[in-house]
Design a protein around this ligand. Structure first.
Ligand code: SAM
Length: 509
């Protein structure tokens, strides 16, 4: 559905024969071989966007992997004869024809960033090569407005949190260089990848061809417009969620052109319309916080969905309006050191935009929405969690959603007739004055998942401590009631909601 050519969008392109040749030549250029070329210190420096240590290390080697790393990852100029040696089948001339390099005399310089990328999933390791626009760290220049983003921190966050159960149709909305589509192709029947940017789609098509991936349907258009009326089992999106007022630097990959947090709001409110029954949408986003409650806007967006949805939102970070402005101005290369007047003008634009809408802070986090099979939502959880997350977080979400569904489907009687087991990662902490026989606080803490902790009274702690998979919840409740000399019915009435919560949160299995 997308017709692009090198001339009209200034992006690389490959025919099938050229893709086969290039893929064969790149076979030994892996994530590990790049690390071996540049070494640990330079890898850490690259993580801080510093390319010099890696350039120095790679220049000291003349292997094909060193040449490819210098050229495509570090933006270094290399002799064309070295490139011919590194690409014996595709050749330097073929790379130029594909739009990957410019040749000047006997030297070659990359037009794009190209790098190996690997992921480990249930099917073992998958390895790809991903082309995108070169970053500022390599070029030393401000990004172009239609910059096509490579694999960044947010891309990895979304990829890591995506639930990787086998699914039918996947939508990757705002595909960029196609990284989420690559991951999705490992566990789905088909992938539709959309983007408003023809350049981004040209890069995605290039990456698809280079990696010999079949069956992607690439579509140009804004948000849900290219897929209106269709249904998907999984929608993933790292949308252009950066709030960008007029007068602040704007890039297509991070700013939607919609004021405030409108892009995230519209996605949360409308994505349900393209979910198949049981289908899940997972996305990242920013939300403006106006009053006391951080989640007020999110609640309103969820209410606005014409399709009732299960919802789980985890806010990972919150910045006040000024911190937010500084963060995204720095990300755009706009700093006082580079130009105080430009920085202050853009900073002012941010502050007056936020003040005009009464924005106190901006939250960042992940949103998981599901169209319930039954049509009736059972999950509405909006929480804040700043600590580390279990990796891969998607695996945790699969287990947590299954636990939620299990507990939601159980009647109170069935819950009490079940022999639960305290999860292996749960530990108990007790606090209180040394001379006091009973502790003042009992805390159960999870090692895995979200690392939640729950404070509880002696009776509930005694209940969890007795959940060894042998006795049913009802049996333990009766025994505890007798031991503590309290009424059984009252004990059970208090216990049932607590057990539901403990199962849903992974304390009991
Ligand atoms: C932050 S990038 C994400 C790229 C990639 N999916 C990832 O995870 O790294 C956002 C992408 O959304 C695209 N985009 C911007 N506005 C859009 C819109 N209105 N509709 C669809 N895509 C849009 C941008 O071109 C860009 O490729």
């Amino acid at each position: 559905m997308v017709r692009t050519s090198l001339e009209d969008v200034n992006a690389p392109t490959l025919d099938p024969a050229a893709a086969d040749a290039l893929r064969a030549d790149l076979a030994t250029w892996t994530v590990d071989s790049v690390e071996a070329v540049v070494g640990d210190r330079a890898m850490r420096a690259l993580g801080r966007e510093q390319v010099l240590p890696a350039r120095l290390a790679a220049r000291a080697s003349s292997t094909p992997e060193a040449t490819l790393t210098r050229l495509f990852l570090l933006g270094d100029t290399v002799p064309t004869r070295d490139l011919d040696a590194a690409l014996p089948t595709a050749t330097a001339e073929g790379a130029a024809r594909a739009g990957l390099i410019d040749v000047d005399g006997d030297e070659a310089r990359a037009r794009v960033d190209l790098r190996p990328y690997a992921t480990v999933g249930e099917g073992g390791e998958s390895q790809w090569w991903v082309a995108s626009d070169q970053g500022e760290a390599v070029t030393g220049r401000r990004l172009r407005d239609d910059h096509v983003l490579g694999i960044g921190g947010a891309s990895l966050t979304l990829a890591g949190m995506t639930m990787r159960a086998p699914v039918g149709r996947v939508l990757d909305l705002g595909t960029g260089c196609g990284v989420q589509a690559m991951h999705a192709s490992l566990h789905s029947r088909s992938v539709v990848a959309t983007d408003i940017s023809r350049r981004a789609l040209a890069f995605t098509a290039f990456n698809q061809a280079l990696n010999g991936i079949e069956g992607w349907d690439l579509r140009e258009g804004s948000m849900l417009e290219p897929v209106a009326g269709e249904e998907f089992d999984l929608v993933v999106s790292n949308p252009p969620f950066v709030i960008t007022p007029e007068g602040a630097p704007s890039f297509e990959y991070r700013a939607s052109g919609v004021p405030g947090d409108g892009i995230v709001s519209s996605l949360v409110s409308t994505v349900g319309t393209v979910l198949a029954p049981g289908g899940v949408a997972q996305m990242l986003g920013n939300w403006e916080i106006h009053g006391e409650s951080w989640s007020e806007s999110l609640e309103a967006w969820l209410e606005a969905s014409p399709v009732p949805l299960d919802a789980w939102v985890i806010e990972r970070d919150q910045l006040d309006a000024a911190e937010y402005a500084e963060t995204w101005l720095r990300d755009a290369g706009v700093t006082p050191e580079r130009g105080r007047a430009e920085f202050e003008s853009a900073y002012r634009a941010y502050l007056s935009d936020f003040d005009a809408r009464g924005v106190r802070a901006v939250g960042f986090g992940m949103v998981l929405l599901r169209r319930p099979l039954s049509g009736m939502p059972t999950l509405r959880r909006l929480e804040q969690h700043e600590g580390p997350l279990q990796e891969p977080f998607g695996g945790y979400l699969v287990a947590a959603m299954a636990a939620h569904d299990r507990v939601a489907s159980l009647t109170d009687d069935a819950l009490l007739a079940t022999a639960w087991t305290a999860a292996a990662d749960v530990t108990r902490e007790q606090y209180g004055p040394v001379l006091q026989a009973d502790p003042s606080y009992i805390l159960l803490r999870q090692g895995a998942g979200l690392g939640r902790s729950i404070s509880m009274d002696t009776a509930l702690a005694g209940f969890v401590g007795a959940c060894d998979g042998e006795l049913t919840a009802g049996q333990i409740a009766h025994a505890l009631a007798a031991l503590l000399d309290v009424d059984s019915a009252r004990m059970i009435a208090g216990l049932v909601p607590a057990v539901r919560e403990l199962v849903a949160d992974g304390f009991l299995a």
